[in-house]
Design a protein around this ligand. Sequence first.
Ligand SMILES: *Cc1c(COP(=O)(O)O)cnc(C)c1O
Length: 342
Amino acid sequence: MEIPAPLRLRVDRDTLVSNWQALDRMSGAAACGAAVKANGYGLGATLVAETLAKAGCRDFFVANWAEAQALAPLGVTLSVLHGLRAEDLPVAKAGFARPVLNTPEQIARWRDSGGGPCDVMVDTGMNRLGVSVEAVRGGLLDGLSVETLHSHLACADEDVAMNARQQAAFASLKGKSPARRMSLANSAGIGLGTAYHFDLTRPGLALYGGTPRANMADDLRQVAWPEAQILQRRRVTAGETVGYNATWTAPADTEVAIINLGYADGYRRALSGLGAAMVDGVILPVLGRVSMDLIAIDATARPDLAEGDWVAMAYDLARASAACGVSQYELLTGLGQRFGRA
Ligand SMILES: *Cc1c(COP(=O)(O)O)cnc(C)c1O
């Protein structure tokens, strides 16, 4: 028997598409792909990839081969960012995704297995994944069938000299490798301007409504809406308190709704007293502590809301992140397993 969940994560597909279209426009002449690793940043990789493929997105990025396999039925172009372990060879040879080769060992493994279309990551200063710029110049990729040469920016959400240094290091490889295309920019990198766009961009966060740089905020809107059912409605009289540690005291008689959502679902306890639900554009503030599985909201402005009704949470990632000090990425990927997802 399927029991309907008392909380759900609503993905606003139209806004997902309009965010991608905005990023595609901002990417100028470069194509705009989509990072859908970590189950589409928690929103559902299949739903996201299917929606964006229909909108015209052609390049999708996942972290590992299990994530690629889950999207294989869609028939979209997939690149696996974490490359090719020995254990990955059988699945990689099935041909539904390209490895992004990160080390000389991975490159040798791919060549020895017969090669074929692949991507390559070059490290331009982040010191995370990728082969060195010098190795590429030295011919490490000669004879490989490289579709896209990638690099990744460490500080694209900041205005620091490192961005230009990484851009210059990557640009110095133009025409120096067998790659058909070059790709550098994540979401924030798109906002750094044309010099960073190369042939293909790889946004993740911004697709899902995150704002990596203030200059991109106007074009990006909330995609992920945590929604929960009201379990109880009560009247709290002036002077009474609500929730753990009695951190909120009613200044006047207040209508309170208790909803089925909490920090165990990724709605951070740090949003206690800071977050809000939003019902038909009306803000209903979170009152007191966020509990593990429950939140109290001020429902005075909506006398019609009753037990069993659904409310959506305002979950503007930039604002929530500024309010509670948790990164926009974690606010998305931390949304838990108890949500019904549709
Ligand atoms: C995750 C990731 C992206 C997307 O980054 P956002 O900051 O979410 O836009 C792009 N490229 C690589 C290599 C990544 O790992």
